[in-house]
Write a protein of this length. Sequence first.
Length: 297
Amino acid sequence: MNVLVTGSSGLIGSEAVEHFDRQGHRVIGVDNLRFLNLGCGERFHPDWVNLDLHLAGPAVRRWDLRDELPFADGFFDVVYHSHVLEHFHRAEGLRLLKQCHRVLRSGGTIRVAVPDLERIARLYLEALEGSLTGDPAWRARYEWMLLEMYDQTVRETSGGEMLAYVRRDPLPEAGFVAARLGGELRRMTAPPASSPARRSFSALPSFVLRQIARLALGRGRLRAYDLGRFRLSGEVHRWMYDRYSLARSLEGVGFAGAEVVGAAESRIPGWAGFHLDTEPDGSVYKPDSLYMEAVKP
Ligand SMILES: C[S@@+](CC[C@H](N)C(=O)[O-])C[C@H]1O[C@@H](n2cnc3c(N)ncnc32)[C@H](O)[C@@H]1O
């Protein structure tokens, strides 16, 4: 069995390496590897360098990915982003991929997960055919697939129509929606983690700014301010990819050997142990994903 030991050169880590080694396991230590997770959200591993606009924990560093990455050329062995690229306009996305290429060493791996446009389109067409027969189950699937295609691109408030849909009780075609969303469905329907007092404290600077904007702009323009803030918050989708266009985009900025891989399958040493695209029980975190890896020649 392969065993991944993070911090393998430290006191506890080196003991763990010896222990598993004595038991005949193949031990992989990751101390010397430099891994970068861009737009990590709440999905990060503490041994990686994790960047996001919003800080979900102390192991995350705030960075706007529209800016040049703050690392030297060839610094990382692995660059990864999951459900991030589609949040950028196509040209911005290409700029981000170029940055990924720059900070990767030669021979390093890029791994990208995005919602799979091809699968969405195929399921939409299937649901369209089914719903034309009048079958209520197909109609519910059709409604869901329309949300997957459009809601995250056009929404003007957080969660959009998708959130309202998954909060329906009972949830129409619940098994289908759960199979599309995976663990995301649990997250979307879970009560907020932090207390109302804590949430309102962290929202204080935005609240103060909005009050200033309200006084300065008046009602009509305040709506434009609110809309702009939301649309720039990193939540909306601005482009979509399939296995053809993602491979072309990666190769277009200099990567080679772009190939579709499974959620648990990777060239990255110890991948499954990081629990980024899979859960500890082995299930897939975001089953609607297209996973692709490529190397920097
Ligand atoms: C759909 S979430 C994906 C989060 C995580 N990677 C996952 O797979 O669950 C998209 C993430 O990209 C981040 N993001 C979007 N635009 C960004 C930007 N310009 N700079 C940094 N992070 C950004 C968002 O804050 C959010 O955490």
